[in-house]
Write a protein that binds this ligand. Structure first.
Ligand code: ARG
Length: 406
């Protein structure tokens, strides 16, 4: 009888390479590795060879960058998704897509198992497991194996497995910090090492996409981003695919030191953790879309949107991407963005990106209404009647109830 199969989400890193051997031994399964290219690394070069060398029967690499942008990043951008107002959810948005690819690949190969490298302490296990279970929940049986959550290995056992996987264990220099990093097109998440002391400033070697302020250009740079229905389509008049546009902004804004985030974060599993992020493009685009909305949305639309943005961000963070509620809110967000078409002008300089101009053919800003100049067309005299009725309830209540020392 042929052995069962397991589709393993594979980054090419040490833990995931060890997992190939571990799953084969502990579960007696054929391992097929699946490397999902979400942009910006991890290095996918040589990843197939590495997987095969560790004993994988097949190694698949999928480029999902375009799908990541159009189906996950841009919908989240339209929804103003910023967890706790600072985290652009780069890792959190990638997990449901990875889970989807694991399930699709399991179906394609008739595999009864899928596997991911999450530990038992973070948010990512919840995002993977919930998404996998939801997507395969219709009578299918796909079991989840999470080696790093299950194995409880000592350093020596790890070394032994690494040897079996054909890995040379890197001897890490005494002064070299080894952060835990997750990286994709939408951002870079850095954890561990000195960052675990919440009082210590993040060391410069924690960062790789953004310049420190003393290394940023001394001249500001002004850019113009064009949006159509809440999605960025071009920069300085040059059309770009979503992937290219994000890459371009990561580079440019990173050069100006924009997008460094230092956050003490509420994890879903109940602990607080120090998280450092580099999300240059996300910060620029988020600020831009919010600025565009100040022109194209009514005050009430802005308020409801901002309220729902927080719910939406929590859903994404909490691994509830594949839920009806997330889709319901998405529908509202798509609808609210239908007139977010226009230009935002920004000044990038020394770590900040300031909006210095906005225009849209749908802008609700009416010059003649707002101006203090002679073209003013606002009806000043009707303000008197408006205020009379507007203040009526408070005046009556003040008279009858004499509150507030009246
Ligand atoms: N705290 C973030 C999140 O839960 C990022 C986790 C990324 N993992 C890492 N190894 N740095 O989405």
């Amino acid at each position: 009888m042929s052995k069962g199969k397991c589709i393993l989400a594979y980054s090419g890193g040490m833990d995931s390479t060890i997992s190939v051997v571990w799953i084969k031994e502990k579960y007696d399964l054929d391992v097929i590795t699946l490397t999902v290219d979400l942009g910006a690394g991890p290095e996918i070069e040589g990843v197939k060879e590495k997987a095969k060398q560790a004993g994988a029967v097949e190694a698949i690499v999928l480029d999902v960058k375009e799908e990541f942008v159009t189906e996950y990043i841009f919908p989240a951008l339209k929804a103003g998704a910023m967890y706790e107002n600072v985290y652009a959810l780069s890792t959190a948005l990638a997990r449901p897509l990875m889970a989807k690819k694991l399930v699709e690949t399991a179906r394609k190969f008739g595999a009864g198992y899928v596997s991911h490298g999450c530990t038992g302490k973070g948010n990512d296990q919840v995002r993977f497991d919930s998404s996998i279970k939801t997507l395969s929940g219709n009578g299918e049986s796909i079991e989840i194996i999470a080696p790093a959550r299950e194995w409880g290995m000592t350093r020596d056992e790890e070394k032994e497995y690494a040897k079996k996987a054909g890995l040379e264990l890197r001897e890490i220099g005494k002064n070299q910090r080894v952060y835990s990093i997750d990286r994709n097109l939408w951002g870079l998440a850095i954890e561990g090492e000195d960052l675990e002391d919440t009082w210590a400033e993040p060391p410069e070697d924690a960062f790789s996409w953004t310049n420190s302020l003393d290394k940023t250009p001394d001249k500001p740079e002004i850019i113009d981003i064009q949006f159509r229905e809440g999605m960025p389509i071009s920069i300085n008049g040059k059309n770009m695919s979503g992937v290219k546009l994000i890459e371009f902004l990561n580079n440019l804004a990173g050069k100006h030191g924009i997008g460094r985030v230092d956050h003490l974060e509420n994890r879903l599993v109940g602990i607080k953790s120090r998280e450092v992020y580099e999300t240059p493009a996300a910060v620029v685009l988020y600020n831009s879309i919010i600025a565009l909305e100040t022109a194209t949305l009514s005050r009430e639309q802005q308020r409801i949107k901002s309220f729902l943005s927080q719910n939406y961000s929590d859903l994404v963070y909490d691994g509830r991407w594949f839920t009806m509620l997330r889709e319901n809110i998405q529908t509202f967000m798509n609808s609210v963005q239908q007139f977010s078409t226009g230009d935002i002008k920004l000044k990038l300089y020394k770590g900040s990106c300031n909006v210095i101009g906005r225009k849209s053919k749908f802008s609700l800003y009416d010059y003649d209404m707002s101006t203090y100049s002679s073209t003013d067309s606002f009806n000043h005299s009707s303000a008197v009647g408006f205020i009379d009725i507007y203040s009526l309830p408070s005046r009556i209540q003040a008279k009858k109830q004499k509150f507030n020392d009246l």
